[in-house]
Design a protein around this ligand. Structure first.
Ligand code: FE2
Length: 381
C-alpha cells in the first residue's frame, strides 16, 4: 500500500551542454519585457570567467547586466543585505543566481525580500512571511550538490554566527538552467564536497520521517547517478558525461529533499558549521557517516533500498562501509580530531532551535542521550 503524499511540482528545468548560449531566449520566454538582468554570483565563479561569459551572452542580445559578486564562502546575512540593496534599486529586472549553493541562496532571498523593507534576519527560521515576489528568478548552478536550484529553502549565517534556514514557496525559481560545462571549473574539493552533499540529501530524503514512494523515485535515482558519476567527475573534471550525471543527481536529490526535508545528518552538519566552521558538504557527509548504521538498524527496508541504489549487494550494513569508503576516496578528511570538539557542545548545537526540525525529521527518534552518542560517533574517527 502506498502512503499518502502531496507533491507541489517544480518549475521549468532546461538541461544541456552549452545551454547557456540560449540564455537570452530562455529569459525572454519567461519575461518578454525584461531589459535588465541582475546577475548575482560569487567571487570564485567570477574568477573562473563564468560571470563574464554570461554577461557577454546577455549583452550580445541587448540586455543590460548589473553584477553583484561580493559573496565569499558560505553566505552571511550582510551578503544577503548587500545583494538586496542592489535589487531594490532596479524596478524592472530579472534576477539570475549563478554559482554554488551560496550564490543561489543569496539570489533567492534577495530577489524576494527586495519587495519590502525588512532586514534578512527577520526571515530567519521563517519567523516572518515572504512578500509576493516582484522579479522573475533564473537559477544556474555551477556546482553539483546543494540542489538549491529546485528547493524552496535557503541558508545563511546570522551576525551572531548562527547558521539558519528560511523557507517559502516564494523562493522557488521560475526557471532552472543546467549546463554541465559550467561545473567543469569546480575545484576538486568542491566537486567532492558538493557531490557528497547531494548523496546525503538523497539518502536522507529516502529514509526520513517524511519519506514516500513518489519521492523515492527522485531520491533513489539520485543515489544511483551519484554513485556512478562522482568519482569520475573528481578524477577527470573535463568529463562532461560525469559532470552531467552529477548535475542530474544533485537536482533530483534537491527535488527529493525539498519535499521531505533533511534529517539528523544535516542537523549534525549544521551544528559542526556553527561551532567549528566545518564546510557544509564535508560536515553532512561526516554526519551521515556517524548516523548511518544507527538509522539502518531501525529502518532496514528503506536502507536496503539505499544500499541497492549504491550498488551494495550486502544490504544496509554494506552501505555503511561503502559510504565511509566513498568519503575517503573523494579525498575529504573524515576525522575531526584536530578540532578538539567537546561532544556535549556538538550535541547541544544539534538540538538548537534551528537544527531541531532536521533532528525531529529523522525516522528514528533521537533523545538527548542519543544526540550525545551520535555526537561521540561523529567525533570518534
Ligand atoms: Fe545539504
Amino acid at each position: 500500500m502506498v502512503d499518502a503524499f502531496s507533491f507541489p511540482g517544480i518549475g521549468a528545468v532546461r538541461f544541456g551542454v552549452d545551454r547557456v548560449e540560449r540564455l537570452s531566449q530562455d529569459i525572454l520566454s519567461i519575461d518578454d519585457n525584461c531589459e535588465t538582468v541582475i546577475l548575482i554570483s560569487d567571487a570564485g565563479v567570477a574568477k573562473a570567467g563564468l560571470v563574464e561569459r554570461l554577461k557577454l551572452i546577455l549583452n550580445h542580445a541587448g540586455l543590460d547586466v548589473i553584477l553583484f559578486t561580493d559573496i565569499f564562502g558560505e553566505p552571511q546575512s550582510k551578503d544577503v543585505e548587500a545583494a538586496t540593496a542592489v535589487v531594490r534599486r532596479c524596478d524592472h529586472a530579472c534576477i539570475i543566481g549563478l554559482g554554488g549553493g551560496s550564490a543561489l541562496d543569496v539570489a533567492k532571498i534577495a530577489g524576494v525580500i527586495a519587495a519590502e523593507d525588512r532586514p534578512a534576519e527577520d526571515y530567519a527560521l521563517s519567523a516572518h512571511p515572504f512578500p509576493a515576489p516582484r522579479y522573475k528568478q533564473i537559477l544556474i548552478p555551477t556546482t553539483a550538490g546543494t540542489g538549491s536550484e529546485v528547493t524552496r529553502s535557503a541558508v545563511f549565517t546570522t551576525h551572531d554566527r548562527r547558521k539558519v534556514w528560511t523557507w517559502g514557496y516564494e523562493l522557488a525559481p521560475d526557471l532552472v538552467i543546467l549546463d554541465p560545462r559550467l561545473t567543469v571549473s569546480s575545484p576538486v574539493q568542491v566537486t567532492a564536497a558538493s557531490g557528497l552533499d547531494a548523496l546525503v540529501h538523497a539518502i536522507e530524503a529516502c529514509t526520513c520521517q517524511q519519506r514516500n514512494a513518489f519521492i523515492n523515485s527522485f531520491g533513489l535515482q539520485a543515489i544511483r547517478l551519484g554513485k556512478q558519476h562522482l568519482m569520475a567527475a573528481i578524477r577527470n573534471p573535463e568529463d562532461l558525461d560525469a559532470r552531467g550525471g552529477m548535475q542530474l543527481a544533485a537536482t533530483l536529490a534537491g527535488i527529493a529533499f525539498a519535499n521531505t526535508g533533511t534529517a539528523a545528518a544535516h542537523s549534525i552538519g549544521h551544528a559542526l558549521a556553527t561551532i567549528a566552521d566545518v564546510p557544509h558538504g564535508r560536515a553532512v557527509a561526516i554526519g551521515l557517516d556517524a548516523i548511518l548504521a544507527w538509522n539502518a538498524e531501525f529502518l532496514p527496508e528503506a536502507f536496503d533500498d539505499v544500499a541497492d541504489a549504491l550498488g551494495c549487494p550486502g544490504g544496509a550494513p554494506d552501505a555503511v562501509t561503502a559510504f565511509r569508503s566513498l568519503i575517503e576516496q573523494t579525498g575529504l578528511k573524515r576525522s575531526l580530531a584536530d578540532l578538539d570538539i567537546d561532544p556535549k557542545v556538538l550535541a547541544e548545537a544539534m538540538m538548537s532551535k534551528e537544527n531541531m526540525p532536521m533532528l525531529e525529521n529523522n525516522a528514528r527518534p533521537i533523545s538527548a542521550d542519543d544526540a550525545l552518542e551520535l555526537a561521540r560517533r561523529a567525533l570518534s574517527v
